[in-house]
Design a binder for this molecule. Structure first.
Ligand code: SF4
Length: 224
């Protein structure tokens, strides 16, 4: 049993992994441990969340244990989500009120959030093989969103996964806060330091820096 039905909120449900996806043995074991320990939590691949007509895709790394893995909605219920959703609300990319639960009624407007890896990894660190294995789901979900033009990647792993999805050569896609590169098919990859608690507490990222990335994304949507 789980507390919500975030799959109902997924913009393209047919691209989502099944609840018991068996493809990453280490993550499956961790999922089972979490189900035993926290039976009321989501404890399953976390589906994308947002607007099916999104022009902006925000790519995270993987569900956080007490955030998306608990609630079933990306970045919902943990520290990182506070900054992400407040920023989306500030820039008109979300409507409603964020209260840290899939039942809060929050809706994204023009934006969608998805993760490069759909299952909770121990220590928030997926193995390379797990990133590669989940790539099919990530890319299927991304490319099903036909109006996406700008991708904001949160952190280096999301940046690399997004660059790979766009067919961008590694040499032209060095990760950095505010780094920007355009793919041959016209997508623009914009990268940001991850809005994790660690990055915020250490001063690597603050709200102003994060907002600048979204200001730039909006400029890219509507070039002057
Ligand atoms: S991370 Fe992706 S591929 Fe691996 S088990 Fe989860 S949903 Fe399946």
């Amino acid at each position: 049993m789980h507390s919500a039905s975030p799959a109902d909120l997924s913009p393209v449900p047919e691209t989502e992994a099944p609840r018991d996806c068996p493809l990453c043995p280490r993550l499956v074991r961790f999922r089972e441990e979490c189900r035993d320990e926290y039976p009321s939590w989501w404890n399953a691949p976390v589906p994308a969340f947002g607007d099916p007509d999104a022009w902006l895709a925000i790519v995270g790394l993987a569900p956080g244990k007490h955030g998306a893995n608990r609630t079933g909605r990306p970045f919902t219920g943990d520290y990182a989500g506070e900054l992400l959703y407040s920023t989306l609300l500030k820039f008109g990319l979300a409507k409603g009120e964020y209260r840290g639960s899939p039942g809060d009624g929050l809706q994204l407007d023009g934006a969608v959030i998805l993760n490069a890896v759909k299952c909770l990894p121990p220590g928030n660190k997926p193995e390379p093989i797990e990133i590669a294995t989940c790539r099919n789901y990530f890319e299927a979900a991304l490319f099903a969103l036909e109006k996406v033009r700008v991708i904001v990647a949160l952190g280096q792993i999301a940046h690399v996964a997004s660059a790979r999805a766009l067919g961008l050569p590694p040499a032209s896609t060095k990760f950095g806060h505010g780094a920007e590169v355009q793919s041959a098919d016209g997508h623009i990859l914009l990268s940001s330091y991850h809005c994790s608690r660690y990055n915020q507490n250490t001063g690597r990222l603050d709200a102003a820096m994060f907002e600048k990335v979204f200001e730039r994304a909006l400029e890219l949507r509507c070039p002057r």
